[in-house]
Design a binder for this molecule. Structure first.
Ligand SMILES: Cc1cc2nc3c(=O)[nH]c(=O)nc-3n(C[C@H](O)[C@H](O)[C@H](O)COP(=O)(O)OP(=O)(O)OC[C@H]3O[C@@H](n4cnc5c(N)ncnc54)[C@H](O)[C@@H]3O)c2cc1C
Length: 462
């Protein structure tokens, strides 16, 4: 059977559904294909479930600290089955919402199954061949499972299977000291598990500045998370019902023995089973689809959006990809990927909010810059809440006075970063923000104070 459409979208992640609905509303006969769960990674195994669990973990953390606030709580017990049920309910509402939205949109047909290219304008889903002049790929990524010695003999978890746990691991070993691994590590520590993080590099979250990595290490260690850095060679072996993790290249793994093993060591693009070769679509060496500034692939009429194009790895970058493509196609726009200011957050608690360049980026760039830092222990709001961990940092171009980048590690860091981000997007000098009157008592009211401390960036990082 063969069906003709104006547009086909593969994947219902963070750009596909919005684009499909927009195209259908513009009068294009549109098809969207999903092989698994509506809403993709963020909704089902990424942002939404993890942040829902982070919220439960924070309640457990605060309950244990209740006496610090003069509130006496008699013992804290975390019921993992209820924690999971709460998470499942939030996820279900989101995934069902996406499915209903897509299936209820006129001019849009939903196909459930695996899509594979058969040519530049043809995609097969089961028995049906879909044809269209425009095809948009939003297939996302999946957890990368590295070929660690001994992996075949042990059970391991990924971000997806972690979310199915409804009991507390006795000792969770997390391989990978970056965003996903650290969020799981802290939440499970707060649920009551012993947690060890193993990182091959010399510090956590290597893409951040060293002082950010060091502060995060301190926050996690203060909560009792064990962190093993410089694990040059990770080996695995079964030890009864536990898993042994070796860090020192010995034949017999020694050192750490955990009840559960989570592998959180990056992502793999879902392009290996998409038939891209039949369409002639090029990828890079890691399998990410190569796109231009407008997210067009090398094949006319085929675009790639979301994580799979390697131009972002976040829900907001994927959604922004949709906005770029829709504006250029339907509104005569001239939008480009490089117009956006990079921004993201790490959802440990307190969170890290990031915008623009890091200090390392600025140093590599070689421009004259100013820098300022302020510890969260100076921030009234943080003191009132007895949560003074972390610091703020901002970098400014010495000549143009434009903000180059910022990191806010501290309570509300994920929200506060937006006042800086928005000034960067407006391409305004930092003085606009420095002179703004902010509300008291908030964390944001200290951004002008931070900017008042700008000084030339020294020769070497602190
Ligand atoms: C644990 C974790 C936590 C995260 N937390 C955050 C966060 O807090 N904030 C944030 O911004 N980002 C977060 N992310 C990243 C975020 O989830 C992704 O950036 C986002 O989901 C990317 O969306 P996407 O559009 O690329 O596609 P995805 O959401 O990955 O969806 C792709 C869809 O395509 C489908 N598909 C794949 N191949 C085919 C095929 N051949 N045929 C049919 N369908 C197919 C898949 O089944 C999937 O539904 C997190 C990720 C993880 C793993």
């Amino acid at each position: 059977m063969s069906e003709k459409y104006d547009s086909i979208i593969i994947g219902t992640g963070q750009s596909g559904p919005s684009l499909a609905v927009r195209l259908a509303q513009a009068g294009r006969k549109t098809a969207i294909v999903e092989r698994k769960l509506f809403g993709g990674t963020c909704v089902n195994t990424g942002c939404i479930p993890t942040k829902t669990l982070v919220a439960s973990a924070r309640v457990a953390y605060l309950a244990r600290r209740a006496a610090d606030f003069g509130v006496m709580v008699d013992g804290v017990r975390v019921d993992m089955a209820r924690v999971k049920a709460r998470k499942d309910a939030v996820v279900r509402a989101s995934t069902e919402g996406v499915e209903k939205w897509l299936k209820g949109t006129p001019m849009l047909t939903v196909y459930e199954g695996h899509a594979r290219f058969e040519g530049p304008h043809a995609v097969r889903v089961g028995d049906t061949l879909l044809e269209a002049g425009e095809i948009f790929i939003d297939v996302g990524t999946r957890a990368h499972v590295p070929a660690l010695p001994g992996l075949d003999g042990v059970e391991h978890l990924t971000n997806g299977t972690m979310l199915e746990l409804d009991t507390l691991p006795e000792h969770l070993v997390v391989v990978g000291g970056s965003y996903i691994g650290l969020e799981f590590a802290q939440m499970y520590r707060r649920f009551g598990a012993r947690v060890t993080v193993i990182e091959m590099g010399p510090r956590l979250i290597a893409r951040e500045d060293e002082e950010v990595s060091a502060a995060i290490l301190e926050i996690l260690e203060d909560e009792g998370i064990e962190v093993r850095l410089n694990a040059k060679c990770i080996t695995l072996a079964r030890r009864g019902s536990s898993v042994g993790v070796g860090l020192d290249c010995e034949d017999e793994p020694r050192g750490i023995e955990g009840s559960h093993l989570l592998l959180a060591v990056g992502r793999t693009p879902n392009t290996d089973d998409l038939g891209l070769e039949k369409a002639g679509v090029k990828t890079d060496a890691r399998g990410y689809i190569t796109v231009d500034e407008a997210l067009r692939t090398n094949v006319p009429g085929i675009w790639a959006l979301g994580d799979v194009n390697g131009r972002g790895a976040f829900t907001h970058t994927s959604y922004n990809d949709y906005e770029i493509v829709a504006a250029n196609l339907l509104d005569n726009g001239q939008r480009r990927v490089s117009d956006r200011v990079p921004a993201y957050a790490l959802y440990i608690d307190p969170p890290l909010g990031r915008a623009g360049m890091s200090e390392r980026d600025v140093r590599q760039d070689g421009r004259r810059a100013l820098v300022a830092r302020l510890p969260m222990s100076r921030v009234g709001r943080a003191k009132e809440r007895s949560e003074t961990q972390g610091f703020m940092k901002i970098l400014v171009d010495a000549s143009s006075r434009k903000i180059l980048g910022a990191a806010i590690l501290g309570i509300e860091g994920d929200e506060v970063i937006h006042s800086i981000l928005d000034v960067m997007v407006a391409d305004a000098p930092y003085t606009v923000l420095e002179r703004a009157m902010h509300i008291h008592p908030t964390v944001s009211e200290f951004i002008p104070t931070l900017l008042g401390k700008l000084e030339p960036l020294g020769e070497t990082a602190p």
